[in-house]
Design a protein around this ligand. Structure first.
Ligand SMILES: [Zn+2]
Length: 264
C-alpha cells in the first residue's frame, strides 16, 4: 500500500486555545518516532505557530518532511468570505516559504470545513493540491459519501487528495479515531478491508497529550479529547511500526501530486 502520514500542526484542541502543549510535548515525540522508523510525513502548519516555533519548523523541513499550509489562524473557513480566505491562505503560504525556502504546494483547511470560494483562492494562489475532504460519518464536520475515495480533480483543476476513511462505518483514518478503537481492532480491520490507494492518515501533536483544566475549552470538547488509549505514544508507535513491517511505502502528498501530473 502507498501510505501518506499527515500531521496538522496548530495550537491545542483544534486551535481552540492559544496553548501549544501539543507542539511542545507531542510534536517532538512524533518527530522522533518518524525518524526512528525512517518515515517521511507531510506537515500542515498553521501560520500563527510558525514564528513561535521557528526552530522546530526548520528542523522538520531539514529532515526532508514536506511542509504545507494549514491556514494562518485556524478559523472555520466555511464562514469566511473570499477576501478573508485569500488573506488566511496567502499569509500562511508566504510565511512558510520565507521560513524554509521551499515552495508550498499543499493546503488543508482547519477542521475539514470548506466552501466554494476557498478552492477559488487555492487556484489563484497556484497551490498544487488540497487535502481537505474526508468521508466521515459526522454530518457538517466531514464530507458525505459522494466524495470520491481516491484523489480526484476539483472543478478548477486542483488535485484533491482526500483523507482516507474505513469503508462501511466511514470512520476517518485520524489518530483520534484510532485511539477510540485501539491498535488491535485497527490491525484486524486493516488486514481485512481493501482501502483505495493512496491511504492518507492524519493526526495532531495534541493527540498525544491529555487536556488539562483550561477555561478556553468547553466541557464537551475536553471530554471528547480525553478519550484516549492509556498510552497514546505506544499506540501510535504500534500503528506506524506495523505499517512499516508490512512493507507499505510511505509517500508525501507532494509525491502524489507529482505522480498525478506525470500521468497527465
Ligand atoms: Zn487543524
Amino acid at each position: 500500500m502507498d501510505i501518506a502520514i499527515t500531521i496538522d500542526v496548530e495550537s491545542d484542541w483544534g486551535g481552540r486555545t492559544r496553548q501549544c502543549d501539543g507542539i511542545e510535548y507531542g510534536l517532538p515525540v512524533i518527530l522522533q518516532l518518524l525518524e526512528s522508523l525512517e518515515i517521511k510525513a507531510t506537515f500542515f502548519i498553521s501560520g500563527v505557530v510558525i514564528t513561535r516555533y521557528q526552530k522546530m519548523i526548520r528542523k522538520i523541513s531539514e529532515s526532508e518532511h514536506e511542509l504545507a499550509s494549514h491556514s494562518f489562524s485556524h478559523q472555520n473557513h466555511s464562514l469566511l468570505n473570499k477576501e478573508q480566505l485569500f488573506e488566511e491562505v496567502n499569509r500562511s503560504k508566504h510565511l512558510l516559504e520565507d521560513e524554509t525556502g521551499a515552495e508550498v504546494l499543499g493546503f488543508r483547511t482547519p477542521q475539514f470545513r470548506t466552501n466554494k470560494e476557498l478552492f477559488d483562492v487555492l487556484g489563484e494562489l497556484h497551490f498544487g493540491y488540497d487535502s481537505s475532504f474526508s468521508r466521515g460519518m459526522v454530518p457538517t464536520r466531514y464530507h458525505g459519501s459522494s466524495v470520491p475515495k481516491a484523489p480526484f480533480l476539483l472543478e478548477n483543476g486542483l488535485l484533491e487528495i482526500p483523507v482516507s476513511s474505513l469503508p462501511y462505518i466511514r470512520m476517518p483514518l485520524g489518530f483520534r479515531w484510532l485511539n477510540l478503537i485501539g491498535f488491535t481492532t485497527f490491525k484486524f480491520l486493516l488486514d481485512r478491508l481493501v482501502l483505495p490507494q493512496p491511504v492518507v492518515f492524519y493526526l495532531h501533536p495534541f493527540d498525544l497529550i491529555q487536556p488539562a483544566a483550561n477555561p478556553e475549552i468547553s466541557f464537551f470538547i475536553k471530554r471528547w479529547y480525553s478519550y484516549k488509549t492509556p498510552d497514546t505514544k505506544k499506540t501510535l508507535e504500534r500503528i506506524l511500526s506495523y505499517l512499516k513491517k508490512r512493507g507499505d511505502e510511505f509517500i508525501l502528498l507532494k509525491d502524489i501530486f507529482h505522480r498525478s501530473k506525470e500521468a497527465g
